[in-house]
Design a protein around this ligand. Structure first.
Ligand code: NAD
Length: 482
């Protein structure tokens, strides 16, 4: 049993209370490590360390801070094989995904923001009457809270811009997948990262997460997770005026027109519905298909989905691993049951499976496609966040837009068509923070990333991320009217 510890002020510590929580290997359905069940005493220690370290870190030149980020990136790269293995065990995701996406992206997050910081500078607004120059300064200690689906990837996406802009950080990874954040704290300790600049505190969101969010010394909260938690954080911070960025849930449409590149749309739809067992906020869970190709597309999609190899996440051929937890598996199975009660027809999957006798206790659900449901039913309204997608035919472009927008979420959408004008019309009408045309999950880290409606408040990425973690001041002098 591995013992995960908090990382506070450069030191490793159990929770002050000595309490811990079990951490599960979801493919085997059994605990394999423990994680501190931190409380207000641990939060106070981390906040005190972050406040103290802020005095020096905020005045450290940005180039020097960027240098620390590059050293962390380099260390992640050197340890990438081990980190990928931990990520796969901790989440149940295929090792190929952890090694091909999660860990490389975690390394790139540090590298990217170290470089992006070079272009982070004030603007000037000059007229005959006044000369204005803006200055960006750090905020203070900030909290970065991340979910379980892309654990190290999403945590580092927040930590890197927060640190390079001169803030000190208390990171709160998901208690469901704490392992790679713990490995990251070892990387920082081994590098001699200045104590207190990055603190990593483990435990339950309702306890340690809520305590950190409510602490008056914390100047900003960057959160990724469910809409329900995002709402709780928005409510808890409303009176304090601290900066808050919320990246939340989605119910993304994947809109397939008859004139699309059929093979590319099909192959990408398998990935966009089932990558990471459908547990990516950007996954397309509502597949809208133009009626003239509906049956052909549906049948081909069912064939491809049935062919996905489900098995031990650590096996290199596995394409579908386990769901992250028993709670998540039960939630997903509950929605499959609900879909049938609502009149849905299961085309494939629809049940828990045991890929092999040694994985019989694992949280595996077969990739599931459902048809026959209207857009208004709960199956098509609630975020399921698992290997479940529905297929719905549409007749016209207007109908596709109406269906795409008929949810409270607005994170992302994919549109598949060869008609450029139609693609442009769709892009302007769809209510989503990211619209992909003939693509999915094509990412440039400089773009504003985030959601509309109940999917998000604020944007991450590139200069948007750096600005979130900064205060801006305008310095004005009289101009020269001559
Ligand atoms: P969650 O909201 O349950 O937990 C996310 C984090 O918040 C965890 O670290 C948790 O401990 C913490 N937390 C819980 N209650 C808290 C509270 N009251 N105060 C402070 N922190 C608290 O989400 P999850 O189940 O871990 O993740 C899945 C969700 O994340 C899905 O809804 C998914 O769409 C969303 N997500 C969104 C994006 C995006 O970029 N928009 C990316 C990935 C995941």
């Amino acid at each position: 049993m591995e013992t995960i510890l908090n990382y506070i002020d450069g030191k490793f510590r159990p929770s002050a209370s000595g309490r811990s929580l079990p951490n599960f290997d979801p493919a085997r359905g059994r605990p394999y490590s423990t994680v501190p069940d931190s409380d207000a005493i641990d939060a106070r220690a981390a906040v005190a360390a972050a406040r103290d370290a802020y005095k020096t870190w905020s005045r450290t030149p940005i180039e020097e801070r960027a240098g620390w980020l590059l050293r962390v990136a380099d260390a992640i790269s050197k340890e990438s094989a081990g980190l990928a293995r931990w990520e796969s065990i901790d989440t149940g995701k295929p090792i190929t995904l952890a090694a091909g996406l999660d860990i490389p992206r975690s390394q790139i997050n540090f590298e990217f923001f170290a470089k992006e910081a070079r272009d982070f500078k004030g603007e000037s607004f000059i007229s005959r009457h006044s000369h204005n120059v803006t200055q960006y300064s750090p905020l203070g200690p900030v909290v970065c809270i991340s979910p379980w689906n892309l654990p190290l990837y999403l945590l580092t996406w927040k930590i890197a811009p927060a640190l390079v802009t001169g803030n000190t950080v208390i990171a709160k990874p998901s208690e469901v997948t704490p392992m790679t954040a713990f490995r990251l704290s070892h990387i920082c300790a081994d590098l001699g990262f200045p104590p207190g600049v990055l603190n990593i505190l483990h435990g339950r969101g309702s306890e340690i997460g809520a305590t950190l969010v409510g602490d008056s010394a914390i100047k900003a909260v960057s959160f990724t997770g469910s809409t329900a938690t995002g709402r709780a954080i928005a409510q808890a911070t409303a009176g304090s005026f601290k900066k808050v960025s919320l990246e939340m849930g989605g119910k993304n449409p994947n809109i397939i027109f008859a004139d699309c590149d059929f093979e590319l749309a099909l192959e990408t739809t398998v990935r966009s519905s089932f990558s990471n067992q459908g547990q990516i906020c950007l996954c397309g869970s509502r597949i809208l298909v133009e009626r003239s190709i509906y049956h052909r597309f549906r049948d081909a999609l069912v064939t491809r989905t049935k062919a996905l190899i489900q098995g031990d996440p650590l096996h290199p051929e596995t394409q579908q691993g386990a769901l992250v937890s028993q709670v998540q598996m039960e939630k997903v199975l509950g929605y499959i049951e609900l879909a049938q009660k609502e009149g849905g027809r299961i085309l494939c999957g629809g049940k828990r499976v045991a890929p092999s006798p040694e994985l019989a206790q694992g949280y595996f659900v077969a990739p599931t496609l459902i048809e026959g449901l209207g857009v208004e039913c709960r199956t098509n309204q609630d975020e399921i966040f698992g290997p479940v997608a529905t297929l719905i035919p549409f007749d016209t472009e207007e109908e596709a837009i109406r269906m795409a927008n008929a949810t409270r979420y607005g994170l992302s959408a994919s549109v598949w068509t060869r008609d450029t004008q139609r693609a442009n019309r769709m892009a302007s009408s769809i209510e989503a923070g990211v619209v992909w045309i003939n693509a999915w999950m094509l990412r440039d880290l400089r773009i504003p990333f985030g959601g509309m409606k109940d999917s998000g408040v604020g944007r991450e990425g590139g200069q948007y991320g750096l600005r979130f973690f900064s205060e801006v001041k305008n310095v004005c002098k009289p101009g020269d009217p001559s």
